[in-house]
Design a protein around this ligand. Structure first.
Ligand SMILES: Cc1ncc(COP(=O)(O)O)c(C=O)c1O
Length: 367
């Protein structure tokens, strides 16, 4: 239900439906508790202290961040933090070492260079960090390519001063199949991890943490029993990628870009006040040409956002029975919510009492 003040919110505005976000948090928390899997949500999706607080209150074992700037922000709410990003330059490692004086910090790495850089920063700061060795399980973005190479890096970490070998890190970013078709690929990932862990064991090394997970695989995480904790981020809000992928329903989407129809002068279309600077130019997964458009218009499911310029979103209305009028507001579910959040200075949290604005705490913290 829209509050009476809704019309005064300047658009385009990112509005979060709090009961929906809370329901998403609680649902995953129940699943994880049932299967005894830890959740360490990736905060890059919401970049919001309030949302981290809710995830921790629901039982999250800690928080994940991508960037040191996010680590700095989220260290204000979490005590146990994972930097899921290779940090090997001094501009990163020295800030990590500072935070690790007061918080538990772990970093995922895939090179000796990163271990050396972190080791020297923490020794200088008289602190310590935990290391998770990044093993590529199929996404082919980062991560060591074989169990043997993962062992070699683990042994290197084990010998280096100031750093502690805490476990293994994986990311199944390539798994974008519908939930009921993931069994085979997840089984393969589990085998790969199991091989690596048994190799470590034979060499006297133990992985206390095996980190994995994503939103598409979140509710199938029990099919990778070697994983001790998962890092889904998008699940808190979901987005159009998740609807199309079959990982959520439209009703599970907690984040909407509220836009105003600012022109209908050109026949067959209207224009909203959200372009690429709001919705981003992200296409849907598996839609390289962008044929499926740039978002889902909740009030007009047949409408298609066909073209974006920076501040204009052009909507093709040719398939619609009913069309929006000039000045109307529409709710758009973006293709990919995470970069949209990062484009907003502030966000509106909506519940039964209305909308409340707050800053996006880690917005722009990209270094
Ligand atoms: C390393 C890593 N872990 C976890 C996640 C969270 O995955 P998802 O966006 O599917 O929730 C991401 C997303 O980009 C990631 O890069």
């Amino acid at each position: 239900m829209l509050s009476k003040d809704f019309i005064m919110i300047p658009t385009p505005a990112l509005i979060i439906d709090l009961p929906t976000a809370q329901r998403n948090i609680d649902k995953l928390a129940r699943y994880a508790a049932k299967h005894k899997i830890g959740i360490r949500p990736h905060t890059k999706t919401h970049k919001l202290i309030e949302m981290s607080r809710r995830q921790l209150a629901a039982g999250a074992v800690g928080l994940t961040v991508a960037k040191v700037g996010e680590l700095e922000v989220m260290s204000g709410v979490g005590d146990d933090l994972l930097l899921a990003y290779p940090a090997l330059d001094p501009a990163r490692t020295h800030r990590i070492a500072e935070i690790s004086k007061r918080k538990m910090v772990r970093v995922a790495v895939d090179s000796k260079a990163a271990v050396d850089a972190l080791s020297s920063a923490v020794v200088g700061a008289e602190s310590a960090v935990g290391i998770l060795v990044d093993l590529d399980v199929g996404y082919h973005r980062t991560g060591l390519q074989t169990p043997e190479l993962a062992l070699e890096l683990a042994q290197y970490v084990d010998r280096a001063p100031g750093v502690r070998l805490d476990g293994l890190f994986t990311y199944p970013g390539h798994v974008t199949l519908a939930a009921d078709q993931q069994n085979e690929v997840l089984h393969g990932i589990n085998e790969r991890i199991a091989q690596t862990l048994s190799l470590w064991k034979r060499h006297g090394l133990h992985a206390g943490i095996v980190s994995g997970g994503s939103t598409p695989t979140a509710f199938q995480s029990h099919l990778i029993p070697t994983v001790t904790e998962i890092r889904p981020g998008t699940y808190v809000y979901y987005d159009r990628n998740c609807i199309v992928g079959g990982w959520c329903e439209v009703e599970d989407c907690a984040a909407h870009i509220v836009c105003t129809v600012v022109s209908n002068a050109v026949p067959g279309k209207c224009v909203i006040d959200a372009g690429s600077k709001t919705l981003t130019s992200d296409r849907l997964y598996n839609d390289p040409t962008g044929a499926q458009g740039f978002g889902y218009v909740v009030e007009y499911p047949q409408a298609k956002i066909v073209r974006l310029s920076e501040e204009h979103g052009e909507i093709d209305l040719s398939q619609c029975d009913d069309v929006p009028q000039l000045g109307d507001r529409v709710h758009v579910i973006p293709n990919h919510v995470c970069p949209c959040v990062n484009l907003q200075n502030s966000i509106w949290l909506r519940d039964e009492s209305g909308e409340q604005v707050m800053p996006v705490d880690a917005r722009g913290r990209l270094s």
